[in-house]
Write a protein that binds this ligand. Structure first.
Ligand SMILES: *[C@@H]1O[C@H](CO)[C@@H](O)[C@H](O)[C@H]1NC(C)=O
Ligand SMILES: *[C@@H]1O[C@H](CO)[C@@H](O)[C@H](O)[C@H]1NC(C)=O
Ligand SMILES: *[C@@H]1O[C@H](CO)[C@@H](O)[C@H](O)[C@H]1NC(C)=O
Length: 255
């Protein structure tokens, strides 16, 4: 009888562990320890000790390799994407797009924001990453007099040649005409990759010079919110366990 009970108990445990894994799912650390599943990203973030030229803030913990960090800076058609589709962007505007591209390739903090997206260059993408208003505004201020032909760079280009070309019915105009304002610019250009939030709220920066990545804490909070944990899921599992074991006692006692 004791042996039978022990076996049943073991089975109950295994079922619970399995149920925990599938229902409540991943832990905060698992969500945090994720890179976008793209053409260049590593599978897990980690340090890059090699020369990390253009994307230096991420050297400590990065989703991109140092080769990528170098390519982002030197290869103007990285991912075959041409920023200069309506004539060259100004150097100060280009700087922001380099930072944005570093963020895209290297940020180790997008785990909580990943959504499926089936494309040549990736299998998922980040969406609605909360971008600080100040970061968005300075990007906008430095680009608003530059030129483009569409407000939706993720979706609206014609890729039939293998590189992004303006759609046939589109004309080149200033960012100011095409995007109207900073928020619309930051949220629409990458099809809701970012969502602009006031600087007083938890928000991401595209770039940082601090030793610590300020986006880490924001993402961790979001992962915890998403999973609905603050230690509570452990309690849920523990109480489920107690319940199942008690039910088994009753079952065995009756049988
Ligand atoms: C895309 O570009 C190709 C080649 O320039 C052109 O033939 C085609 O009509 C374009 N498609 C759209 C939807 O603009
Ligand atoms: C920004 O532009 C968009 C699109 O034109 C508009 O819907 C939105 O109200 C504008 N926001 C502000 C703050 O002006
Ligand atoms: C971008 O274009 C796609 C396809 O036309 C559309 O579904 C999406 O809503 C657009 N995104 C924005 C931010 O307007």
């Amino acid at each position: 009888m004791d042996l039978l009970f022990a076996l049943v108990e073991l089975a109950a445990w295994l079922m619970l562990v399995k149920a925990y894994k599938y229902s409540i799912g991943r832990t905060v650390d698992e969500v945090m320890n994720n890179c976008m599943d793209g053409q260049n990203q590593k599978s897990k973030p980690g340090p890059e000790s090699e020369l990390f030229q253009h994307c230096s803030p991420w050297a400590k913990r990065s989703c991109c390799t140092s080769d990528t960090a170098q390519g982002v800076g030197f290869d103007r058609a990285w991912l075959n994407f041409d920023w200069n589709h309506c004539g060259a962007l100004s150097p100060k505007c280009t700087q922001h797009f380099v930072k944005d591209l570093c963020f895209y390739e290297c940020s180790p903090n997008v785990g909580p924001y990943l959504q499926p997206d089936v494309r040549k260059v990736r299998n998922n993408r980040y969406q609605n990453v909360p971008l600080c208003q100040a970061t968005c505004s300075s990007w906008w201020e430095d680009c608003k007099m530059d030129t483009t032909c569409t407000d939706n760079w993720t979706q609206n280009f014609n890729w039939s040649t293998g590189q992004n070309k303006c759609p046939t019915d589109a004309t080149c105009d200033t960012f100011k005409k095409v995007f109207k304002n900073a928020t619309h610019f930051c949220e629409n250009i990458w099809d809701h990759g970012f969502r602009v939030v006031p600087d007083t709220q938890d928000c991401f920066r595209l770039w940082f010079s601090d030793d610590e990545n300020p986006n880490e804490a924001v993402a961790r909070k979001e992962a915890a919110r998403m999973l609905g944990v603050s230690g509570s899921s452990v309690k849920v599992v523990a109480s489920c366990y107690v319940f199942v074991v008690m039910a088994l006692f009753v079952f065995i006692a009756l049988g």
